[in-house]
Design a protein around this ligand. Structure first.
Ligand SMILES: CC(C)(COP(=O)(O)OP(=O)(O)OC[C@H]1O[C@@H](n2cnc3c(N)ncnc32)[C@H](O)[C@@H]1OP(=O)(O)O)[C@@H](O)C(=O)NCCC(=O)NCCS
Length: 144
């Protein structure tokens, strides 16, 4: 699978992990996120290595990220979506979602799930709806 790299308003949006700055992403997730504050680098790195990732760079610095946990055939779970504060409101997350959900193999997945506290309006633009049968969804949720 060939990685995609595009220019968007001077930002580099890429699915090429070799261009990504894992320490920038880990710093944001471990210090700023509401869902995985304090995540150890080794845990983050394993999740990065085993997911399909997309990110945005401003020069040498990574300022946005998202990853799809997936079997590449039937199912995906979208996680760790963020854009750094000073770069928000410019359409970067939408461009990342458009790029990710425009990939043929992603279009072929039977189910893609995610959890969000307040960004439903972003994901609705890419076809996400509330779960049709939420009572059928279960989880194991452990403290980090
Ligand atoms: C959510 C987030 C990724 C949006 O990134 P962004 O690049 O600033 O967003 P964009 O400029 O691409 O626009 C986002 C669109 O979604 C909408 N939206 C809905 N809920 C939103 C939310 N909670 N935050 C930001 N935008 C939201 C915006 O109104 C905008 O729509 P519009 O262009 O039709 O007006 C960014 O605000 C962020 O990193 N927030 C903190 C981390 C987070 O909440 N991540 C999502 C976890 S599920």
């Amino acid at each position: 699978m060939q990685p995609i790299t595009i220019d968007y308003k001077g930002y580099t949006i890429t699915t090429d992990k070799s261009l990504m700055k894992v320490h920038d992403v880990h710093k944001w997730l471990s210090e700023e996120s509401y869902w995985c504050k304090g995540v150890p680098f080794t845990t983050f790195k394993a999740s990065f290595d085993n997911s399909f990732c997309i990110g945005a760079l401003n020069g040498d610095k990574q300022i946005a990220f998202a990853r799809l946990i997936t079997d590449y055939a039937t199912f995906g779970y979208l996680a760790d979506v963020y854009v750094e504060g000073t770069h928000r409101g410019k359409g970067i997350s939408k461009k990342m979602m458009e790029t990710l959900f425009g990939l043929d193999w992603v279009k072929g997945l039977k189910s893609i799930k995610l959890a969000t506290k307040d960004a439903h309006g972003l994901y609705k633009q890419f076809g996400f709806t509330e779960c049709k049968y939420p009572e059928r969804i279960m989880e194991i949720s452990r403290k980090p």
